[in-house]
Write a protein that binds this ligand. Structure first.
Ligand code: AQP
Length: 379
């Protein structure tokens, strides 16, 4: 039976809160307004473990909202298994992670009838376009990206030209933003919903799309807009200076969609806060731990930060705040966890969803790559 999930619980529509940022191509996803009709929305998630609260609030929840409220647009959501190869792991673990990723997406409420769900590696046109675009991308552009430095555990002011850095960095990790550009452009996507951490890669994507169009004097690739969710960045519960991340060695900082109520309560109870009791203020610089919890409430309840802070007035101390946050998360994830367990028992169903998605994705990608080959003279 195709599991239809808690999708209906979030009936909110989508609105752009424009004018908050200087770039007209970066917008925040809110509620109530709709995407322009015939938009093509694309995003991906890596199969590097179960989905956590940051992935959920920063990406997957908005994918679900967007795809359930914009029937005139097309939605393509992929499992980025080629990107997952930038960190080596046993083959069986990757197989398991791929299943866990697709089960997480479906249990988080994505409806396979309303969007294309597929594995990136099943559509080889991603890699083909990646090469064409890598050839017009400079090393300087890649060098300026922040993410490879964090992932290769290098300082943010480091450079690939440094002997020690170049030795310590795999070429795939350095070049993966170019593959990400190809992922987006192979479908001629118009909108890309992501968390704040990916905003810089989306800027690169627009630069490369423009560069390709101007190099070949065509108007082929649309310039995709970044859709930033209101809960742009969820931080580690243990170290609110860092984002919540699957690969964080301090796993107590990370709440997973599949955590049991007891695990959620334990992790939230131990979240780092501060010594100021009962005076609630959203101040990410002075009070990062408390602000992170406020941001989580805002993301879960679809309420503005100011309204959330006003509602906290009755809570007397951090324990009361943490209990409140834990119960909200448990309520949001309870059904999803059960559905996730059921889905993982039904791999045939998961295979059939991905097969259908890959066929559809490939149809679009292969038509576009033929046109790219014609534009660059490879036909
Ligand atoms: N902490 C976060 N807050 C808000 N959004 C987040 N995203 C990730 N972490 C947060 C968003 O989730 C989407 C998918 O991310 P990904 O799994 O493809 O890669 P990632 O950003 O590298 O996530 P992780 O958890 O940090 O994975 P690992 O540890 O494997 O590298 C993206 O849209 C991202 O913005």
């Amino acid at each position: 039976m195709p599991p239809r999930s808690a999708c209906s619980r979030l009936g909110a529509a989508v609105r752009y809160l424009s004018g908050k940022r200087s770039s007209p191509t970066v917008k925040e996803i809110g509620i109530y307004e709709t995407l322009p009709s015939n938009s093509r929305v694309f995003s991906m998630i890596q199969p590097t473990g179960r989905i956590h609260l940051g992935n959920y609030l920063g990406a997957v929840k908005s994918w679900r909202t967007l795809s359930s409220t914009n029937p005139e647009s097309e939605f393509i959501f992929g499992i980025a298994d080629l990107h997952a190869l930038t960190v080596q792991r046993p083959a069986q673990q990757l197989r398991d992670f791929r299943y866990q990723a697709i089960a997480s997406l479906l249990s988080s409420g994505l409806d396979a009838d309303k969007c294309i769900l597929y594995f990136q590696s099943a559509v080889p046109e991603h890699s083909e376009l990646n090469w064409y675009l890598t050839c017009i991308t400079s090393m300087g552009q890649l060098n300026r990206m922040a993410q490879w430095k964090s992932k290769a555990q290098q300082a943010q002011n480091s450079t690939i030209l440094d002997d020690a850095v170049v030795e310590a960095t795999k070429a795939g990790l350095f070049c993966y933003p170019a593959l990400q550009v190809a992922d987006i452009l192979i479908y001629k996507s118009t909108h890309v919903p992501v968390g704040d951490d990916q905003a810089q890669h989306l800027e690169l994507c627009r630069t490369i799309a423009r560069l390709f169009n101007s190099t070949y004097a065509v108007d082929f690739f649309p310039i995709p807009e970044t859709l930033l969710t209101p809960a742009k960045k969820i931080l580690s519960l243990k170290n609110p200076e860092k984002k919540m991340s699957k690969s964080d060695p301090v796993q107590a900082g990370c709440v997973y969609v599949t955590d049991t109520p007891d695990e959620i309560r334990r992790k939230i109870r131990k979240a780092t806060t501060d010594s100021v009791q009962g005076q609630w203020k959203f101040d990410p610089v002075q009070r990062p731990g408390v602000s992170n919890l406020i941001n989580i409430i805002s993301g879960l309840t679809d309420r503005a930060i100011g309204d959330v802070v006003a509602d906290l007035d009755g809570l007397k101390d951090h324990k009361a705040l943490k209990d409140h946050v834990a119960e909200l998360i448990i309520d949001e994830f309870d059904e999803k966890r059960q559905l996730y367990d059921d889905l993982l028992q039904n791999k045939d169903y998961l295979d059939s969803v991905c097969r259908k998605g890959s066929d559809h994705a490939r149809e679009i990608a292969s038509a576009n790559i033929q046109q790219v080959k014609h534009i660059i003279g490879l036909d």
